[in-house]
Ligand binder design. Structure first.
Ligand code: A3P
Ligand code: MG
Ligand code: MG
Ligand code: MG
Length: 350
């Protein structure tokens, strides 16, 4: 067994597990004034902030020189008002609850976790803001999406805690925690909570969020009669009509599965859906690297191909966004050429 990135992998699993416990515990208690609206009109909750604080604290303790690209920043939490200070107190309380929880299998106290690891408000706000790195082509950087699919989280549906290590613009380690995802997609009332892990060159695996048993993941081969798409719930994030046109060209009979967050990538690699298709709804939006870093490695490590709608590889070396990539398509290797062809025919018609 290869030992490359073995510590980074264990750290990422540990950090994502702690963050997932935090987010699931918050959901049951979330009250209205614990959600803010960001400059781009998207929601952010105390759970997003505290999960980023926890993950960033652990990364910094383990690898002080590594850079971090996190979705959230703490500027809205640094102003002085009664409502902001109660929000801040809640974030400190939640982050410390997660950081100080007893050590479990694979946890290392030097990562700043376990009893006695409390951080104060300033330390936690600084940890959130350590995620402000601009990114780039060279060096080691982690990317955190503390809650991907915040809208799904608020609806009580799918969301994911996402963490990836990028080295010289290549994703090397990716971990995805999906607290609300059923272990078996066909048994929605059965056990929930899945963790997906991939290391470049070492394959991908799925394990229970709560336990250690893991199963290697290989995407099932292309079967046109049962092939279906995974796409966003939010029509503003991904064009549902474009997906439907692509589906018609490919002669697909199954309807798409709509789901928030990178949980779609988890479902793709374990075979719940045939392809993840994300076509832009307008011009100008640039996909964020933290929305696809982990998912892209899961795809390539389980026998799939991921490109943009022109067939170009996703470029994680251009900063905080995927820059010029336009749309995203991911599917098992033997279906990719046909899918890409259908996508290009639809794009040409538009
Ligand atoms: N106009 C847009 N087009 C594409 N993606 C968008 C978008 N506006 C927001 N998003 C991204 O879509 C992500 C959710 O993905 P999905 O639609 O697959 O659930 C959001 O992540 P967050 O929820 O972490 O903010 C956000 O980064
Ligand atoms: Mg967001
Ligand atoms: Mg996201
Ligand atoms: Mg997010």
């Amino acid at each position: 067994m290869s030992l490359a990135y073995i510590t980074e992998k264990q750290l990422a699993i540990s950090a994502v597990r702690r963050a997932c416990l935090l987010t699931s515990s918050v959901f049951n208690k979330l009250v209205k004034n614990e959600t803010l609206v960001k400059g781009d009109k998207s929601p952010v909750t105390v759970a997003d902030y505290s999960a980023q604080a926890v993950i960033s604290t652990m990364l910094h303790r383990a690898y002080p020189d590594d850079l971090i690209i996190g979705e959230e920043d703490a500027s809205d939490l640094r102003t002085e008002s009664d409502s902001v200070s109660s929000l801040r107190n809640r974030i400190v309380e939640l982050a410390n609850e997660a950081l100080t929880a007893e050590l479990g299998i694979g946890d290392i106290a030097e990562w700043g976790i376990g009893p006695g690891s409390e951080q104060n408000a300033n330390q936690l706000l600084d940890a959130i803001d350590r995620g402000s790195y601009e990114g780039g082509r060279n060096g080691r950087m982690w990317t955190i999406d503390p809650i991907d699919g915040t809208k799904g989280f608020l609806r009580g549906e799918q969301y994911a805690v996402c963490l990836a290590l990028i080295v010289d613009a290549q994703v090397q380690v990716g971990v995805l925690g999906c607290p609300n995802l059923p272990w078996d997609w066909l048994k929605p009332d059965g056990d929930k909570g899945c963790l997906f892990v991939a290391v470049r060159g070492q394959g991908a695996q799925q394990m229970k969020l709560s336990g250690a048993d893991s199963a290697p993941l290989t995407m099932p081969p292309y079967t046109p009669s049962t092939f279906n798409f995974l796409e966003s719930v939010e029509a503003a994030h991904s064009s549902h009509s474009t997906t439907s046109q692509i589906s018609t060209i490919m002669g697909l009979t199954q309807s798409p599965i709509r789901m928030d967050s990178q949980a779609k990538y988890g479902c793709l690699v374990r075979g719940d859906g045939g392809a993840y298709v994300r076509m832009p709804t307008g011009v100008g939006y640039q996909e964020k690297i933290w929305d696809h870093a982990t998912g892209s490695l899961l795809v390539t490590e389980s026998g799939g191909i991921i490109t943009d709608s022109r067939g170009l590889p996703l470029d994680f070396g251009l900063g905080r966004t995927l820059g010029e990539n336009y749309g995203i398509i991911a599917t098992v290797s033997d279906a990719h050429a046909e899918l890409l062809d259908a996508v290009q025919r639809v794009v040409k018609e538009d």
